[in-house]
Every structure is written in structure tokens, then in C-alpha cells.
Design a protein. Sequence first.
Length: 363
Amino acid sequence: MGKKIEISSKGYEDGSFQPYEFKRHAVGERDVLIEILYAGICHSDIHTARGEWGEVSYPLVPGHEIAGRVIGVGSKVAKVRVGDLVGVGCMVNSCQTCSTCSTCSTCSTCSSGEEQFCEEGKTVYTYASKDVFHGGALTQGGYSNNIVVDEHFIIKIPNHAELEKIAPLLCAGITTYSPLRRANIKEGDEVAIVGFGGLGHMAVQYAKSFGANVSVFATSESKRDLAFSLGAKHFYNVKNSEEMQGLNNRFSFILSTVASSYEITEYTKMLKVDGEIVIVGVPSLTNPATLDATSLIWSFRRKVSSSLIGGIKETQEMVDYSVEKGIYPMIEMINIDELDQAYERVLKSDVLFRFVIDMKSLK
Ligand code: NDP
Ligand code: ZN
């Protein structure tokens, strides 16, 4: 090992994808070299590639829903062996040791398994992120043939899992599983999922599996029957004002995955007293979701909170749970040359429900 790994990929620049060759950092003693077999397309990839969350450097290789096979390990790697199936999500490193206090096991820090909240500010995201552990170079993501990742950030995939469907779990899965678990959703709870795309259709399945009565809010009428087939009890077309009447005080928990502009208090008023809405959708800076304080107060007493992916321990738990329960995304497999069209189709909600790139198509 020791030498930098040559990478083929597709990088985003000037509004479209082009072939792009670069080098990954060398495989260190605790690093794992993975041949990427499948990569999901998350809406965050599009927001980032198009600079909707702020300036980025190009060429940019997105992709943080990665499934593949181990093809090399550093001398001190104990977690996986060559040949194992593995996944990589939104993070590839963090300080791994920070702790808010020495006695509390519930602080959200690296040492309690929430590496996305690294107190040292050293969370390294899978792409477009400064890799402070490798000279500050910007990371490049999973639309590529190989990746090198610290073993701590590897998710183990059981051999019998449907690998191409595992990829989207690494972001869409954990981002929805985590807040639903934290909310302790249980039998009979009235839960609403707003936005029925890549994240939303996973959220419906998890909420249903925890025993909730699930309602879906979406703009695509064509997805009504699919919502029922994935376990929803009710479907509300947000464009149909009649369907949106009479829903006040209905839900104990709402998860919003909407990727574009909307007014959050349209949903807070649907919560029961002390009910909670968790926002995971991150619209663009120029077309943000809004929260009107006056309407919020007149929603009486409701909780509005947020959630960011989930830690590595919980991501492993989510993958194991999903495989055990047979909870998988619905996917459409594409070749790498279809990336530009796929991005346009995601923006039109024209995919059921996640694109996954077959990385064999990357020459
Ligand atoms: P998708 O595009 O797959 O899904 C979003 C869905 O929202 C669309 O399919 C559309 O579906 C629906 N929608 C659009 N406008 C409305 C509206 N006004 N009301 C209700 N539904 C609407 O995106 P993803 O699921 O991949 O991602 C969703 C968001 O979550 C993105 O902003 C992404 O960046 C963010 N994200 C956040 C993470 C976190 O850690 N917090 C992690 C990953 C992603 P329909 O046809 O049903 O209307
Ligand atoms: Zn994502």
C-alpha cells in the first residue's frame, strides 16, 4: 500500500458531468480500499453540484450512497477483510474521540457515536469537504470506481443483502430512520411524512415498521397508490386544497423531507399539542423553507427541530434492521452516462424513487 490510488470518475463542472481522473490518498494502516459497485443519487448531490447551498470547487464528484467490495486493507484494519461487502455514507472521517463530558453517555459527539456532530469540527464529509486528516484536500465522492475510507466509517453489509438497494440506505435510509427512532415512534402513533421522494419513501417504510399509522403529503398524484403499497394509510395531495382541510391536531410526529420552498407552519398546525416536526429537507439558499413566527405561536405549543444524517453506529443498526425486515428502497438503475438526465428527472420528481448508478458502466 502506501501509494495514492488512481481513480476514474465523472466530475460535475459547467453544468454537466465529464470524465475525470484523480488520485485518492494512500491507503493508511487503518484505511480500507473499496471497489465501488453502486452509488445512489441523493438530492443533496444536486443541491451541492449546482451550488445551491453555497460556493463549491469544481470538478466535483458527488455521491454519498456507496455500496461495494473491499479490495485492500491497511495493516491495522480489523473491522473488514478483502472480499467483504461494505457501504459508505455521508462521512469518511472525524476526530473519533471528542466528548462533551467524561461522565455522560448521551452527549452527541464522536465518542458517543454521533460523528456528524464532531465537537472538534473535524467531520469530513464524503465529498466537497476539507479532509483535515490528509492535508486539507477536498474530498471527492462515490460516482467513481474506488474510494479509500478510515475503517471506522465503513458499514458492514451482510452477504445476502441486495447490494444495489443497500446504496440508498447509506443516506436516505439513515436520515429518516434516525429521527423516527429518536422520536420513539410506536404502535398506533399518527405520523406524517412530507415529501415522497428518495428520503420520503424510506421514511414511510420505517414508520410503518415501527407500528405507526402513516400519512403521506406529496405533490405527485401519480404516487398515491404507491404510498398505499408501501404501507401508508392516507395520502394528501398538497396541491389539492380540499384534501388539505380538516387536518389540524392530527399528528404526533411529522418528518419533512421537502427539497424546495414551503411554509413550515402549514404543518405545525397539524400537530397535536407538544407534537414534533423534524425537518430533514434542505432547500436551496435562494428558495428556502420559511417559518413564520406568528403562525407558529398560533399553532399553540409545537416542537420544530432538525436532524442531520445519523452516526456510524446507528447507520450500522439501520442497515441491519433494513436487511432483517426486508426494507429496501425502490430503485431505477442507470449507467454513468445518464447522470445529467437523471439529475433533471429528480428535479421533476420523475423517479421511483432513487436512481442508483451501476458503476460497471464507468470505464
Ligand atoms: P427527492 O427529490 O427524491 O424528494 C423530495 C420530494 O419532495 C420530491 O420527490 C417531491 O415529491 C416532494 N415535494 C416537492 N415539493 C413538495 C412540497 N411542496 N410538498 C410536499 N412534497 C414536495 O429528494 P431526497 O429525498 O433525496 O432529498 C430530500 C431533501 O432532503 C433534499 O433537500 C436533500 O438535500 C435533503 N437531505 C437532507 C439530509 C439530512 O441529513 N438532513 C440527508 C439527505 C438529504 P412528490 O412527488 O411526492 O411531490
Ligand atoms: Zn444524501
